[in-house]
Design a protein around this ligand. Sequence first.
Ligand SMILES: [Zn+2]
Length: 429
Amino acid sequence: MASRNGRRHHQGLVPLAALLSRETKNEKMEKPTMQYGCAAQSKKGEDYFLIKTECLRVPGNPSSAFSVFAVFDGHNGNAAAIYTRENLLNHVMTAIPGGLGREDWLQALPRALVAGFVKTDKEFQRRGETSGTTATFVIVDGWTVTAACVGDSRCILVTPGSAVSNLTVDHRLEDNAEERERVTASGGEVGRLVIFGGIEIGPLRCWPGGLCLSRSIGDMDVGEFIVPVPHVKQVKLSYLGGRLIIASDGIWDALSSDTAARSCHGLPAHLAAKQVVKEALRTRGLKDDTTCIVVDVIPPNGSNPPSPPPKNQNKLRELLLKIKSRSSSRSKLSKKLSSVGVVEELFEEGSAMLAERLGTHDSTAQSRPGLFTCEVCQVDLAPSEGISVHAGSIFSTSSKPWQGPFLCGDCRNKKDAMEGKRPSGIKAA
Ligand SMILES: [Zn+2]
């Protein structure tokens, strides 16, 4: 159950079960502290970032604080990047039902991120402006990190012991075969730019539009198969904490994840961000807007590891465990995993299909009985108006089409367009 990838069987590892059976004297995890820094070099003026600490889950309650760190790399103008920076957080928050406790709130977050990204895209397109943007949006709440992204502004996690893992997926046609297939299946064409003489140049792009990305916010002049549905990953750090590096492709075109992590090793966050940018410019020069946020999640002062460090801890630190179970024993297991230095993967989903991402409602999710709201844009629906996200989809065989979540007509049209079920711009009746 704990690991589906078999890595726990590597030679030299202490069997996980043995570690977990050790008594943990202090299972309570105090909140970590946080340090962060940001550095940027502008070339086209289309990179934007957001750093917002002290956001409150419960209005007026400082103990419910969480932080947001985000990078938006605009293209064909900066309007989409600016709009997304100003509105995405709000759109995500309004998609979370009120009155949830911390654990339930964190569990509702992945779906709210999907709704918030799609709503932001829809509202921006309504303004009739061109331009698009990547969005990499990271919420840090205590030890739990939730990263959502469209585009290629990568977020990596560096854990003590120097293991580096990606919290995001690059939605770039050049490197992402799965996305190429999806775009093609939804009616787009993928190919390189052809110049005089039939010579193909540059990275793979999708047509119409010629965008190198397969997902973004905005881009209403590009096919609707360029979707705003984010890849979302949620992890719980161990008591050792970790470092997040969130950056635009100005960094990642120059540095690998490992190189970026190594280049700033040992530096405090504000210097680390500067160092990563410096390293990228040294390697490649200033070819593109280059933005980097570094966030350190630091164990609270004076807190000791709850149990003596096991001998092979360095190897264990490199484990990312996938725990899909949401059972009641999970939180106890979670504390034990943390105490042995294991980053726990709570959630990961990257499908571009809205029906898969919004799932089915459990009985508690509809906060106002008798009233249906659109799962994406949160408008109230008349009883006859809501269309189940599952209606008429391939999921209707396994799900009940009369079950929520529900979409308004507008959002249903958008969903169909994203899935290539109707030509772009033509609305269903
Ligand atoms: Zn809607």
